[in-house]
Design a protein around this ligand. Structure first.
Ligand code: C5P
Length: 229
């Protein structure tokens, strides 16, 4: 395949407070990583899927990935991540096979991401030849606040968005950006842009929200309703 999808799942999930790393916490009976991989494997274009797992959970991640992939398990690679998300993405990129020319980087924690979003981002990267990220408008009013808890002003939200994953890039450009990155960035698009890359947005999906806290896990459970498998 010429599409590579790096699914980062090596976080500890400290803010979720489960006994296991976040990607291995059950969401209505199915691990978060497994839910995320279902969306990935339901996307239309054949892809090499690289799962980046905590060192302690590489084997468990492989078992989950093979279960989701079924017959397509040849297209799966599982590697150990690093101490930051950025290090984990770098480990995933290093495992891509030679023929991959387009890379999506996706958070396993966005467990309910619809496959249509993955398709949308992949297509847009190929059309634009640049970075592509899913975004949704900011709906809350945004304030700037001083250290004394005093509100300093209201930020114009008309051109603000909040962004999701998967984030897609031409492979060579993303690898070049990673090779010269020294600072930590909060997402791949920021790292890419810091090294001169152009990034545009496509419409995001409400269901692609990230599970960070126990509240987010409850929300995901509610979205799934009574569904257990
Ligand atoms: O912590 P947060 O939920 O923002 O992390 C986003 C994604 O990055 C998660 O899917 C998490 O597993 C992954 N991650 C990682 N390696 C780290 C930290 C986070 O793969 N060291």
């Amino acid at each position: 395949p010429t599409l590579g999808i790096v699914v980062v799942a090596a976080g500890s999930g400290a803010r979720l407070g489960g006994a296991e790393p976040k990607a291995f916490v059950a969401l209505r009976g199915v691990p978060i990583l497994e839910r995320a991989l279902r969306g990935v494997f339901d996307s239309v274009e054949p892809a090499q899927v690289v799962v980046v797992a905590p060192e302690s959970h590489v084997k468990a991640a492989r078992t989950i990935a093979e279960r989701v992939a079924g017959g397509a398990s040849g297209a799966i690679t599982v590697v150990a991540g690093g101490s930051t998300r950025q290090a984990s993405v770098a480990a995933g990129l290093a495992a891509l096979s030679a023929e991959v020319d387009t890379v999506l980087v996706h958070d396993a924690a966005r467990a309910l991401t619809p496959s249509a979003l993955i398709d949308r981002v992949a297509r847009a990267v190929r059309t634009t030849g640049a970075g592509v990220i899913p975004a949704l408008p900011v709906t809350d009013t945004v304030k700037r606040v001083g250290p004394d808890a005093v509100v300093q002003g209201t930020v114009d939200r008309s051109d603000l968005v909040h962004v999701q994953t998967p984030q897609g890039f031409p492979r060579a450009d993303l690898e070049a950006a990673y090779a010269s990155a020294t600072d930590e960035h909060t997402d791949d698009a920021a790292l890419f842009a810091a090294h001169g890359g152009r990034v545009s947005v496509v419409e995001g999906e409400a269901r692609a929200f990230k599970i960070t806290t126990a509240w987010d896990l409850r929300r995901a459970e509610n979205v799934l309703g009574a569904q257990t498998a």
